[in-house]
Design a protein around this ligand. Structure first.
Ligand SMILES: *[C@@H]1O[C@H](CO)[C@@H](O)[C@H](O)[C@H]1NC(C)=O
Ligand SMILES: *[C@@H]1O[C@H](CO)[C@@H](O)[C@H](O)[C@H]1NC(C)=O
Ligand SMILES: *[C@@H]1O[C@H](CO)[C@@H](O)[C@H](O)[C@H]1NC(C)=O
Ligand SMILES: *[C@@H]1O[C@H](CO)[C@@H](O)[C@H](O)[C@H]1NC(C)=O
Length: 365
């Protein structure tokens, strides 16, 4: 038994040794969240010199930080449980795989960890002041504001905004990821992240991945004001891509029909994909064309078969038919692909109808 204890304590000793040489993000317990934590801001530097082991830096000890390179600060947000953010490692490695830069993880877990959101949010200005002091020192060593990029998550987005504001918007770029809403929405611009806080500010509301928002820079320069909003549809699973098609349908029922269309595509190899869209029930009127936006998780290059199903959603009452004069499938992402057509088709309600499409004639009436 004694030997066992010794073994355990030796293990603990060697573990804390390793932690000293290789600092890691502050890990707190749920107990800390209950009692609350005082603010302590730690800066941890990652470079390509060592992707796995950080250096703790401060304004008088820069470690491997090279001021002639771009520097990206990652600022986390509210931590109601005290645990380190699970996404941090991936983000650090992702950034360093794209560019040889300094990545500074801003660990303010002591401060952010509390069950009470207002306690965490009341510390954001102080975190911003610490960062300002550090960046001032970087500038004194020859860094340029153009090369400073801040990525802020939740409350971290507003911290980044506060830092940017102290430099009158001359930081290179700020990316706000799911900026915190409570206590910030509707506040004056100096009290939250806003477009004047950096030369380029992009805000992403969940869960985009690998999207290069800075590709918009040139396009936006020509706009007044130079701002835009973009919305992305994503699939639920990796790689999250969605492929959009228009399905144009002309019907010739005497009476108006209202209902949903479910669309499946199959290619020669047998791959199938189904449109995920939850259409508002569509209204089909005689000889009127409706264009449905269909979204698929897979992009099938050569569609061999299409299946359509019409449903009014009602479980009782008569079953309706939808008489289709012409349906046309066209890819939005690949408009150069041949459009596929089918003429004269009757869909029985809730019955899947499978058919082979033909190429639409070049000249449409
Ligand atoms: C990174 O640092 C750790 C701790 O100092 C060391 O064990 C490891 O070998 C280093 N890795 C590289 C690639 O230098
Ligand atoms: C800065 O970091 C160095 C090296 O880790 C440390 O010796 C020094 O005490 C720190 N200075 C401040 C002001 O925290
Ligand atoms: C700092 O970065 C510059 C540009 O990438 C490089 O030329 C220089 O050698 C680096 N300095 C050190 C000490 O690594
Ligand atoms: C279709 O199926 C083939 C064979 O099963 C597979 O290799 C291919 O990746 C699939 N294509 C798509 C777009 O899913």
């Amino acid at each position: 038994m004694l030997r066992f204890y010794l073994f355990i304590s030796l293990l603990c000793l060697s573990r804390s040794d390793a932690e000293e040489t290789c600092p890691s993000f502050t890990r707190l317990s749920f107990h800390s969240a209950v009692v609350g934590t005082g603010l302590n801001v730690r800066l941890m530097l990652y470079t390509r010199k060592n992707l796995t082991c950080a250096q703790t830096i401060n304004s008088s000890a820069f470690g491997n930080l090279n001021v002639t390179k771009k520097t990206t600060f990652i600022v986390h947000g509210f931590r109601p449980t005290g645990s380190p953010p699970v996404w941090m490692d991936d983000l650090v490695k992702g950034l360093l795989s794209v560019e040889d830069m300094n990545v500074v993880v801003v660990d303010w877990n002591r401060g952010a960890t509390t069950l009470i959101y207002t306690h965490a949010s009341s510390k954001t200005r102080k975190v911003a002041m610490v960062l300002k002091e550090f960046i001032d020192q970087m500038l004194a060593e020859g860094a340029s504001l153009d090369d400073i990029y801040m990525i802020g998550v939740s409350l971290g987005a507003h911290i980044s905004g506060f830092v940017g504001e102290m430099y009158d918007g001359w930081l290179g770029r700020i990316t706000g990821l799911d900026p915190a809403g409570p206590l910030f929405n509707g506040k004056p611009h100096q009290d939250r992240l806003d477009p004047s806080d950096a030369q380029f500010v992009d805000v992403i509301h969940s869960d985009t991945d690998g999207y290069y928002a800075d590709n918009w820079k040139d396009h936006l320069r020509g706009k007044d004001p130079p701002m835009t909003k973009a919305f992305f549809d994503t699939a639920e699973e990796s790689p999250f891509c969605m492929y959009h098609y228009f399905v144009d349908i002309i019907t010739w029922n005497k009476n108006v029909r209202r209902g949903d269309i479910t669309i499946k595509l199959r290619d020669k190899a047998g791959n199938t994909t189904e449109s995920k869209i939850n259409h508002e029930p569509t209204t089909f009127q005689k000889y009127h064309q409706v264009s449905l936006l269909a979204r698929f998780n897979q992009d099938l290059d050569k569609v061999a078969a299409i299946s359509l199903m019409f449903s009014t959603g009602s479980l009782i009452g008569p079953r309706y038919k939808l008489r289709i004069l012409r349906m046309k499938l066209r890819s939005l992402a690949h408009p150069e692909r041949p459009q596929l057509c089918r003429y004269d088709l009757v869909l029985m309600e809730n019955v899947e109808t499978v058919f082979q499409p033909i190429l639409c004639p070049e000249l449409q009436l």
